[in-house]
Write a protein that binds this ligand. Sequence first.
Ligand SMILES: [Fe+2]
Length: 337
Amino acid sequence: MGSTTETVTTAPSGRLFSKGTDVKYGDFRDDLLQNGFAVVKGAVPRERALKYADGIYEWLEGFNLGFKRDDPSTIHKDHLPDINEKGMCLGYAVSHESFTWGVRQEPNVIEAFEKVYDTPDLIVSFDSIGIGFPNRKDIQPNKPWPHQDQDPEKPGFRCLQGLVNLLPNGPKDGGLIVCKGAHLLSEEFHEEFKNEEEKIWSWTKEWYGFTEKGLKWLEKKGCEWIKIEAEPGDLLLWDSRTPHYNVSSETNQPRFCVYTCFMPVADATKEQLLIKKKAFEETKMTTHWPNAMHVVDLPVYRNGEADPYQRSSPREPVQLSDRGFKLTGIPYLEQMA
Ligand SMILES: [Fe+2]
């Protein structure tokens, strides 16, 4: 009997970037290392992704404000819940709706983050969803706001952001634009720009907006801005250091997505997990940071007054699998007690 020689390639252990950027994983992680973004094709089966999109349409129609998915003339703020020009919907407990939690609990979505952090012990953000309708004249235009979602004073890989795309999203259908490779230049950039005079105001330290000068610097370094194209069910991932923003659709195609951001529970303090537990119990929204760094509880307006259609809980109580419940951080908190 002859012997065979087998070459076994084992993916490096530890969190992504912990072994530098010259290692090879043989999957989407290589793109994250090199480019600062990646697409996991079909992380959610297409049929299921379209079902989640249906769920969002049903939810929008359920406000009974006159919106009908087949009638573009009803795409108007008078017929819709409050959605800003960036497509962000920040009210109505949408972070805890069935479709939102459904996407967060998708096994292949969770698995992608498990691979990146090399642990199954993760928590998920109670983030928003994106609802971008084309040809909107009833709200202000969406201007580019290139930014990083990370404190310049806290360098290194800290957070992987993600979204699950739910509708066909071609080159002109709007969506996420990323600056390829700029995650690796972040430290150098902030060293150079630390005494920048014209800083863009931010309500949180975990956000940095690029000025014209900053964008020129990136351009000189040869960085290219890429609009990511995606099919229903594709998971888009990007390093928080990667400059990004979104653009509106230039076609008749709407864009729906659910933001999914996970981090190891070990990165959160007990205090943060307590805040997160409260946010979950009160079905409140957080930003993309899964450690509930910021709980979002902003008033929602309709014609300048408190929106009478605002609500503080989802249509149905949140349904979680055991795996999903772990993602709230609550079981880990119980272990700490
Ligand atoms: Fe962002």
